[in-house]
Design a protein. Structure first.
Length: 153
């Protein structure tokens, strides 16, 4: 760390479980931005608490490509994505994790509980659980991103 906070941290947005979180307002905020939706998910200025694995899994469930620009997504689709984000986080917490990313690899460095449940993260070249198309890994920003090139648009 060089001590300089990223400028997006000037405003920390609520996470999806906080009472002040407003899904409709958050969806509308995404739709005003020319930012790749994957980057937006990891940007604590939009919603807080979404790690890289959660983002890939939620995008797959929403059938959305991470490279899509926020301003190209319908309100309905943005709301749907936020619903999937909430589900993924809820499932992670249900198995005792505070961090989905921590659950991916257990204390012995082996694939943890959630690794076996993941649809896209870490599955490059393996068949999509929905359509069988091989999962593709790409880099968005400086983070790895995994998606199905057929069923995510
Ligand atoms: Zn697919």
């Amino acid at each position: 760390m060089d001590g300089a906070a990223p400028k997006t941290l000037g405003h920390i947005a609520p996470d999806v479980f906080e009472a002040e979180f407003d899904a409709a307002a958050s969806a509308a905020r995404l739709r005003r931005r020319r930012i790749e939706v994957k980057k937006a998910l990891l940007d604590q200025g939009w919603i807080s608490g979404v790690g890289n694995i959660y983002a890939d899994e939620a995008l797959w469930r929403a059938r959305l490509r991470g490279r899509r620009s926020g301003d190209s997504i319908s309100q309905r689709k943005a709301m749907e994505l936020l619903g999937h984000v909430t589900d993924v986080l809820t499932e992670s917490l249900a198995v005792g994790g505070t961090s989905f990313d921590e659950l991916y690899v257990d204390a012995r460095g082996e694939a943890g509980y959630f690794a076996r449940e993941l649809a896209v993260y870490g599955r490059a070249g393996q068949p999509c659980k929905r359509c069988g198309t091989p999962i593709v890994r790409e880099v968005i920003g400086d983070r790895s991103a995994h998606y199905c090139p057929k069923c995510q648009k």
